[in-house]
Write a protein that binds this ligand. Structure first.
Ligand SMILES: Nc1nc2c(ncn2[C@@H]2O[C@H](COP(=O)(O)OP(=O)(O)OP(=O)(O)O)[C@@H](O)[C@H]2O)c(=O)[nH]1
Ligand SMILES: [Mg+2]
Length: 198
């Protein structure tokens, strides 16, 4: 065995596994999927809208109760043109953020079809959390009660967030991660394996 692999092995023994979580962000165009991921991973918010072309990826090492997790975000474009790309990439998802814009009723009415798309294409085993985003805006069209009711009917938790003010974002991710942990869906991954699979 060469010196390099001996070093990797001993580093693995010291550090232990990384807990690897695959999260997807789903919902109609413009609801704030990319903004939520950016606000959490980079602490940045931009007022300008650049639609995601196909899929974007981001990650953040996140600590919960003294344990570090690598949260891998798959941020899909909401346009129907990207449906084929999205459905290819749903399998092995542990957590789904199903997002609508509280000021946009059409985005709320489309939650059913988003959930079907996800469940029909490999997402059945994932924890789904419903998110009413843009809670900072005053011209609300969907109330908290309506959001909670839809989520409860579909067996999901409900959170309200603002990517702009960051309100609720950490609570939502902690809640989603806690449910994934409680359902024993955590996959340990050893260092050196990171590049083989996301
Ligand atoms: N006020 C406010 N604006 C937001 C919030 N989140 C996103 N936006 C704005 O909404 C617009 C769309 O945000 P994106 O994050 O690009 O939306 P998306 O869901 O990723 O859209 P697609 O990639 O096209 O599917 C941008 O102009 C953002 O600045 C929020 O919480 N509050
Ligand atoms: Mg986007």
């Amino acid at each position: 065995m060469d010196g390099k692999s001996t070093k990797i092995r001993s580093t693995r023994e010291i550090i232990g596994p990384i807990f690897w979580i695959k999260l997807v962000g789903l919902g109609s165009e413009g609801v704030g999927k990319t903004s939520l991921v950016r606000s959490f991973c980079d602490k940045k918010f931009s007022k300008s809208y650049h639609a995601t072309v196909g899929v974007d990826y981001g990650f953040k090492i996140h600590e919960l109760e003294g344990v570090e997790y690598r949260l891998n975000f798959w941020d899909f474009g909401g346009d129907t043109d990207y449906q084929l790309i999205r459905t290819e990439l749903y399998k092995d998802t542990q957590g789904c953020m199903l997002i609508f814009d509280v000021t946009n009723k059409a985005s709320f009415d489309k939650l059913d079809s988003w959930l079907h798309e996800f469940h029909d294409n490999g997402g059945q085993g994932a924890v789904v959390t419903v998110i009413g985003n843009k809670s900072d805006k005053l011209n609300r069209h969907i109330s908290i009660e309506e959001g909670k009711k839809w989520a409860a009917k579909n067996g999901c938790d409900y959170y309200e967030t603002s990517a702009a003010s960051k309100s609720g974002v950490k609570e939502m991710l902690d809640g989603l991660l806690t449910t994934i942990i409680e359902r024993r869906m955590i996959k340990p991954k050893w260092i050196g394996e990171e590049n083989k699979q996301k």
